[in-house]
Design a protein around this ligand. Structure first.
Ligand SMILES: *Cc1c(COP(=O)(O)O)cnc(C)c1O
Ligand SMILES: [Zn+2]
Length: 419
C-alpha cells in the first residue's frame, strides 16, 4: 500500500535520486543516501485521528517509513511510554520533564528494535535470505531476535570486549555471533567488505537508508504522546549520530505533512567523555569530526570513534540552537542511580549518559526551563549491570528470625534518629 508514498533514495549532499535498492552511498560525492517521500500525498492520506485509531506500535506512522508493502518484521515494536518525570524534574531543577522510555521497547529492550524492524521488513522485500550487522551490542541483540522470528539467517559482528549480557542476549536466539578483536570502527570496516563480497543484507551498511528511518518513529511518538506538540528540548544520546538527526527529521516531516504546528525546538546531543567525537566537535565550534581510535568508556553502546552521521549531528544541533555535552564514567553511574531512584526506571549506561548530560545542560543554562524537556532513554539497565557492580550497597543478610529483623530495623531507626 505504501509504495506510492516512498518512492526513491536521495543523496543528502547533491540530491541525486537513486532507486530504492540495497545501496547507501552516492556514486558522485559519497554522500549518504536517504529515503525520500511524496509529502503532498502523505499529507492528504493521514491525519492525527487516523493515526490515533491505529494499533499502538511504531507502524502507526507507516506512510513515513521506507517499505513498499505492509511490514512483516517487528510488528509489535515501539509506542513505548512517555513518562512525566516529576521527581527527576525536581532533582534537576526544571518544571516539565519527560522520559521517553525505550528501556521497555519490544522485544530486546532498546530503541534498536525500531531500526531493525524497518531494515528487516525491507530486507525481506529486497529478497535477502541472510541479514547481518556491525554492532556495539544492542543492534546485535535486535537483529538476532527479529531475524529469528522472521525466519532469516543472521550474523552479528561485535567488538570482542562487549558486556557479557549483550553477548548472551544475542547468542540465545541462535544467531552467529562473531567477536572481533578490535574497536567498533574496525568491526564496521570489516562489515563493509563482507557486505560487498557476500551480498548479505547488513542492516547498518547496505540497508542503512532503511534502517536509519526507523529511528524517526521515536520522534513521532514523543510528539503525539505530548499531545501533538514538539518538545522545546529533546536530549538524545549519540553513537553514530543517526538517532539525533532522525528525531529531528521526524519533527520536520510531521510539520510538513500537517500533523504538528511549526514551533521552535532545540535538539541536544549526549556522549560519554571517553568517546565524545561529536560532542567535542560541537563544543569546539567545528563540524569536522576528529576520529577517536581508542574509545574508553563504560557506555559501550555509544562507543563509536568515527561516527558516520557525526557531521550531520553537529549541524543539526547548531541549526536548532541545541547543545552537546559529555559525561564521565562516574557521572554516568550517578545518573543511572538518579533515574532509578527518582522514576523507577533502570537504564543502561547510554541512559546514564543522557541523564548526566541533561543535568549539566540544565545547570549551565544550555537547556532553559522554558518548555517541555524530553530525555531519550534508549536501553535497559539489565544489559549493562556489571557497570554498577561496585557502586551499589550490598543486601543486608540475616537469619530467618524475627528477632534478627527487629534488631536490624532498630539499628536503622537509631541511625536515622542520629542524623
Ligand atoms: C545505538 C544506540 C544509540 C544511538 O545510536 P546512533 O548510532 O547515534 O543512532 C543510543 N542508545 C543506545 C542504547 C544504542 O544502542
Ligand atoms: Zn551525491
Amino acid at each position: 500500500m505504501a509504495t506510492e508514498f516512498f518512492n526513491h533514495l536521495k543523496c543528502r549532499e547533491c540530491g541525486r535520486r537513486y532507486p530504492k535498492k540495497a545501496i547507501h552511498v552516492c556514486e558522485f560525492d559519497f554522500g549518504p543516501l536517504e529515503a525520500d517521500y511524496d509529502y503532498d500525498l502523505i499529507r492528504s492520506a493521514i491525519s492525527r485521528a487516523k493515526i490515533e485509531s491505529r494499533p499502538q506500535t511504531m507502524w502507526r506512522y507507516r506512510e513515513l517509513l521506507p517499505i513498499d508493502a505492509e511490514p512483516t518484521v517487528g510488528l509489535q515494536v515501539g509506542y513505548t511510554p512517555l513518562v512525566k518525570a516529576d521527581r527527576l524534574a525536581k532533582a534537576l531543577g526544571v518544571k516539565e520533564l519527560y522520559v521517553k522510555n525505550d528501556t521497555v521497547n519490544y522485544p530486546t529492550l532498546s530503541f534498536k528494535d525500531r531500526v531493525v524492524s524497518v531494515a528487516l521488513s525491507r530486507a525481506k522485500e529486497l529478497g535477502f535470505k541472510i541479514v547481518a550487522c556491525a554492532s556495539t551490542g544492542n543492534l546485535a541483540n535486535s537483529v538476532a531476535a527479529n531475524a529469528a522470528s522472521a525466519g532469516l539467517k543472521s550474523y552479528v559482528l561485535i567488538p570482542a570486549d562487549l558486556e557479557a549480557s549483550k553477548v548472551l542476549n544475542s547468542l540465545v536466539y541462535g544467531t552467529n555471533v562473531i567477536g572481533i578483536h578490535g574497536a567498533y570502527d574496525q568491526v564496521n570496516r570489516l562489515c563493509s567488505e563482507i557486505a560487498g563480497k557476500y551480498g548479505w543484507g547488513f542492516v547498518n551498511v547496505n540497508l542503512r537508508p532503511y534502517y536509519a528511518e526507523g529511528s524517526k518513529s521515536m520522534g513521532f511518538e514523543i510528539a503525539e504522546q505530548l499531545g501533538w506538540r514538539i518538545p522545546t528540548h529533546t536530549v538524545v544520546p549519540m553513537a553514530s549520530g543517526s538517532l539525533l538527526t532522525k528525531i529531528t527529521k521526524s519533527y520536520e516531516e510531521a510539520i510538513k505533512v500537517g500533523l504538528l504546528d511549526e514551533t521552535p525546538f532545540h535538539i541536544h546531543g549526549a556522549q560519554a567523555t571517553g568517546c565524545n567525537p561529536i560532542a567535542f566537535a560541537h563544543k569546539s565550534g567545528t563540524d569536522l569530526i576528529k576520529p577517536q581510535p581508542k574509545p574508553n568508556t563504560i557506555a559501550k553502546s555509544l562507543a563509536i570513534g568515527t561516527p558516520a552521521d557525526g557531521y550531520y549531528a553537529v549541524n543539526t544541533m547548531r541549526k536548532t540552537g541545541g547543545s552537546a555535552e559529555d559525561a564521565t564514567d562516574a557521572e554516568i553511574i550517578e545518573a543511572i542511580k538518579l533515574l532509578a531512584e527518582t522514576e523507577g526506571i533502570f537504564a543502561e549506561t547510554a541512559g546514564g549518559v543522557t541523564v548526566a548530560c541533561a543535568k549539566k545542560m540544565i545547570a549551565s543554562g544550555k537547556i532553559a526551563d522554558n518548555g517541555p524537556i524530553v530525555l531519550c532513554i534508549t536501553g535497559h539497565g539489565l544489559k549493562t549491570s556489571e557497570a554498577l557492580q561496585e557502586h551499589l550497597a550490598k543486601p543486608r543478610l540475616i537469619k530467618p528470625s524475627l528477632r534478627e529483623f527487629d534488631q536490624l530495623i532498630a539499628a536503622e531507626e537509631a541511625l536515622e534518629a542520629a542524623q
